[in-house]
Design a protein around this ligand. Structure first.
Ligand code: ADP
Ligand code: MG
Length: 648
């Protein structure tokens, strides 16, 4: 004896209704052979739909055993049930349950998407199925443009898409006029003649008369069964083997492309809502990227001024121990550094001190710097009048002086002509040979002490300070990356010359590092500010997705009924959230670039967008979609198919 197609043993289905439980099916035993055409009858509430849902693997029995071709369905997991729904069963509902925004052909294709059938193959199969059902002129129509009878024929085509070996039709004519109803019954009869197993729920005895076998339910019991009906003579023509096109191995998560298409369609359906969600994401991404761009721009600005202040410079100072100045750092040391150390652009030996100035009958006190002619030439100041001192004046320690702009004004009046005048510095006569411009703006104000004056290095050493030791030697190195090597070379040179390390060399590394820390804090702070708006946008996405899932509960139930696994549904809704977030991300990035360009046109680089920033912006958007889309998608995927199908 062959294995029956469907075998139910002692099937019970109980629903919890408050504290009591309602039994919709009680100890149902039923065997259905391949190719049978069974009509299930019975009054409303007798358990017909429950029976269909259990046979179709949409629902599980509370008790009892269900074997499909010997396979223990009552022990199968959710994916296994989804596979059976996808490969074996085709549902036809009273209310058609077509996707409203999809065309007839696209509706028919959906089961094949979940079966992983390639696009072209499923399109041609859907087309030929619809043609067979007399709908060749309706392929591109949406359900709203079709009559009830036409919609139900689309639903039949959909049931057949993956083979439809067992067609489960639950009151398929219940919503149709009698002519359309007769047409549908004729179609089912034709399918039965082709060998499909048909299980049809109906109230109409005339309809039931078309079936080979009638089963009657009452209060969850099978009360009448006129026995196994004779399978039609062509029963063998529909194989009871799985359709070779959709074996279990060929059911990947519905392809990314199909999911994106579905997502786009869903998003187009409610344009206003989509636009508002998009707007939220756009603002979020705009603020994240703009903030990061701003942080980057500020960082660059700081680095630029830093470089101006001597990013690649070293400062050498003698050690001072508790007993006063240690061994001296001399002019000869500075010359040696200039001559022997590689990549050195300039060497600036300096002494400084204070001096009493007597000029034009007034006495003043001012600080001065004694340095080389070369350093004087290359300093960050400009001459208002006169000249700088020369190297030969330095060598000969001539008593010449260049006055800072404010000091010159104080000594000789704002309009006074200082150049050529003689003044007394600590009692020795000096000639004023140049006056520097006053620093114009606050930034330049740091560049030199306009209240002081400059004298040649040796002049200052001998005539004003009476010492040989330099206070500092500044060394400018060509490139930042050469600083460390230069520092080592100078250290070795001076240790050799002095016989000990009686000096210290400072570089800007510590300052650079501090600057980097500040920049990182800035980046995080700004990023967080931008991130907050992205979180708000994400909450918006979640809100909308929850609403979408609630609205499309029936669609979710339907997709499950035609074979979608939980992860297909999960993937679909995550996809929707990610698509909307990604789209918003791209637009937001574009806007950020435009805004950045506009802001930068006003002045210096205020916003700087690097590739990583743009990448961060886009990933933030996508991740927001993923993160906030997950909970709604899980809610969708966790739905019970029967309950979802029953939703309004
Ligand atoms: P039919 O399709 O024959 O009209 P059903 O199979 O839909 O009947 O329902 C059988 C019984 O189970 C009814 O009494 C119905 O109220 C009950 N029932 C069906 N679905 C549920 C449910 N989700 N929760 C509680 N009771 C249910
Ligand atoms: Mg019913």
């Amino acid at each position: 004896m062959t294995v029956p197609l469907i075998e139910l043993r002692n099937i019970c289905r109980r629903y919890a209704a408050g504290s009591v439980s309602v039994a919709a099916l009680k100890d149902v035993d039923l065997v259905i052979q391949p190719g049978e055409f069974v009509a299930v009858m019975g009054p409303s509430g007798s358990g017909k739909s429950t029976l269909m849902n259990i046979i179709g693997c949409l629902d599980r029995p509370s008790d009892g055993e269900y074997y499909f071709r010997g396979e223990a369905v009552h022990r199968a997991d959710a994916d296994e049930l989804a596979r059976l729904r996808r490969e074996v069963f085709g549902f036809v509902f009273q209310s058609y349950n077509l996707l409203g925004m999809a065309t007839a052909r696209e509706n028919v294709e959906v089961p094949a998407i979940y079966a992983g059938i390639p696009r072209r193959a499923r399109a041609s199969r859907a087309t030929s199925l619809l043609e067979d059902l007399g709908l060749s002129h309706r392929l591109g129509h949406q359900p709203g443009e079709l009559s009830g009878g036409e919609q139900q024929r689309v639903a039949i085509a959909r049931a057949l898409m993956n083979g439809g070996r067992v067609v489960l039709a639950d009151e398929p004519t219940g919503s149709l006029d009698s002519a359309s109803g007769r047409e549908i019954i004729a179609q089912l009869e034709a399918l039965s003649n082709q060998g499909h197993t048909i299980i049809l729920v109906t109230h109409d005895p005339n309809v039931a008369a078309h079936a080979h076998r009638r089963i009657e339910l009452l209060d969850g019991h099978v009360v009448a069964d006129d026995g196994p009906g004779l399978p039609s003579k062509d029963a063998a023509s529909v194989s009871t083997e799985a359709d070779p096109r959709n074996t279990a191995t060929r059911a990947p998560v519905s392809s990314f492309r199909d999911s994106v298409r579905t997502a786009m369609r869903a998003l187009r359906t409610n344009r206003l809502r989509t636009s508002l969600t998009l707007l939220g994401i756009i603002i979020g991404v705009l603020s994240v990227t703009a903030m990061l761009g701003l942080a980057e721009g500020v960082q660059r600005g700081i680095m630029d001024s830093f470089r101006l202040l001597g990013g690649a410079s070293l400062q050498i100072q003698p050690n001072f121990d508790q007993n006063g100045p240690g061994t001296t750092l001399t002019i000869a040391d500075a010359d040696a550094i200039r001559d022997e150390v590689a990549n050195v652009i300039s060497v600036t030996p300096q002494m400084s001190g204070g001096a009493r100035i007597l000029a034009g009958g007034t006495t003043q006190f001012a600080r001065f710097t004694a340095t080389t002619a070369e350093s004087m030439d290359s300093g960050p100041w400009t001459l208002a009048e006169g000249v700088y001192f020369t190297a030969s004046q330095d060598r000969n320690h001539e008593p010449v002086v260049v006055l800072g702009g404010i000091l010159a004004g104080a000594l000789f009046g704002e309009e006074g002509n200082a150049v050529g005048e003689h003044i007394l510095l600590n009692g020795s006569p000096f000639q004023v040979i140049g006056v520097l411009k006053r620093p114009e703006d606050t930034f330049a104000g740091y560049q030199y002490n306009a209240y002081g004056f400059f004298v040649p290095l040796r002049t200052g050493a001998i005539r004003l300070l009476n010492k040989e030791s330099l206070d500092t030697v500044g060394v400018l190195v060509a490139e930042t990356h050469q600083v460390a090597a230069a520092q080592r070379a100078i250290d070795a040179l001076l240790v050799r010359r002095h016989g000990q390390r009686d000096f210290q060399i400072q570089n800007q590394e510590a300052a650079l590092e501090a600057q980097n820390n500040v920049s990182n804090i800035l980046r995080m702070l700004f990023g967080a500010i931008g991130g907050i708006s992205l979180v708000v946008a994400g909450i918006g996405v979640m809100n909308i997705m929850l609403a979408t899932v609630a609205e499309r509960t029936r669609e979710i139930g339907l997709r499950m009924a035609i074979g979608a696994r939980r992860r297909d549904i999960l993937f679909q809704f995550i996809c929707e959230a990610v698509v909307v977030a990604g789209l918003g991300g791209v637009i937001g990035l574009g806007l950020a670039l435009v805004v950045g360009e506009a802001v930068n046109m006003i002045g210096a680089t205020v916003m700087a967008f690097t590739a990583p920033i743009l990448l961060i912006g886009l990933s933030c958007a996508t991740l927001t979609g993923l993160f906030f889309g997950l909970a709604p998608a899980r809610r969708a995927a966790g739905m019970d198919p029967v309950a979802a199908l029953a939703a309004q």
